[in-house]
Structures are given as C-alpha cells and as structure tokens.
Ligand binder design. Sequence first.
Ligand SMILES: [Zn+2]
Length: 68
Amino acid sequence: MRIERSGVVMVGVCAVQTGVCTAKEPGPITAVWTAPARNQIDVCQACLNKMVGDGVWKEEVAHEQNQS
Ligand SMILES: [Zn+2]
C-alpha cells in the first residue's frame, strides 16, 4: 500500500498497533494518507517506521501532482 505523510502530529491512539507501538493509549501520533484512495490512518512514529521498514507501506513523494 502506498502512503503519504501528512506531517501533522497530534495526540491520539494508533490505528496500526504493531508490537513496537508507542500509542496504544493516547500519545503522539501522525496522520498518513493512503494513495490513491486518500483514507486517513492515524499512526505512531514507531509503527510508521516499522510498516515502511517492512515494506508493507511504500512512501509516496508528497509533491507528485499527476494523480488521476
Ligand atoms: Zn503504533
């Protein structure tokens, strides 16, 4: 799945909750957008790093314009 970081940091519960999750209880999380569906996923930094590191999520370059 392709994702795009919003860059927004807020307090909330992580929606992914891998084994390394730091926000199973409300904590600092960021929002990412799936591509191309643009669904928002709230995820903590640890889970984001794990999902990208494991290759489950592939990061999109944010400035790409040609989405149809
Ligand atoms: Zn998490």
